[in-house]
Write a protein of this length. Sequence first.
Length: 381
Amino acid sequence: MFTRRSFIKSSALITAGSLINPVSMFAQNDKIARLGGSKRMQLTFRPFDAQLIHPFTVSGYTRTTTPIVLTEIAYDGITGYGEAAMPPYLGESQASVIAFLQKVNLQQFKNPFELDDILAYVDQIAINNTAAKASVDIALHDLVGKLIGQPWHAIWGYTAAKAPVTTFTIGIDTEDVIRQKTKEAAPYKILKVKLGESEIADKMIITTVRSVTDKPIRVDANQGWKDKHYALKMIEWLSDRNVEFVEQPLPKYDLDDMAWLTEQSPLPTIADESCQRLEDIPRLKGVFDGINIKLMKCTGMREANKMISMGETFGMKLMIGCMTETSCAISAAAQLAPKMDYADLDGNLLIANDCFSGMKIIDGKITLNDRSGIGVKPLNI
Ligand code: MG
């Protein structure tokens, strides 16, 4: 029987439209490089399970692994790396991502520099599938950056030193675990704390964090507060406890209530679940103070960069966030970090089996390297 486990264990090399025996993607691409490389883009992909260091709970569910699909695009002896990360609530899975990627035919394009046409083609293959689309976008950006010989933050003209500090996330947990995790977060200058449970539980979490540290907190309620008056009462309570802003306090479609809450709120509000793609931003103006941009929601680096421009135009605060991802997708997101007011790029720090090295956090700050493309190297694990 073709179980999910055996499927993952095989880590089979898969190309669009075919299944090839378990050959390492890296060996395959070495072979292409030795032959001088093909002048057609070749997309390959394989499933990968990210093991979480601690079980992670946010409002609604707990998990110990995150399903990922790793992608590569080879062209002219150069390989670009990408990734799709699929937290369960977004509705994608390794199977759905692989089914999508098998439909992608990059060989019809002669030139990887035609990002606009290639990614417009990928976007119209099917609706949704945003993580699958991001995995192509990231690998293509990595490839093109390597062909140009520059990192993407430099290609876009962004100043690496302007990248902000990142938060480190404390999930919903028992009092003892929250105290322990807050102590472990000592290297990070700002904490992101997940709320959205009962009033007693939410206040216990904040009080417990505050028993360990006075450092600034950013709260994410993950749509967990169902009533605008209750949400305002919670935000007022939080505003006396060195909290900087509140992310997604109300359910994602409650935009009228959200506009009222933002008007009344003593703290800025940031849209996460309410803001998936570029087209969502106009209706969020005046509803939230800012937007949380994530590559897995918005189909990748190209659209994320457009979201920056639109958010700036509307005078909104900008935040870059992530799912639980390897250093591949985190480093891709970090290329945009110099433009951000806030960053929450800690997803790679939550997993035990990261298969890339890339962007580093130094003194709590996102620190970009000078490697071309998205700035990553695969690790042999
Ligand atoms: Mg969030």
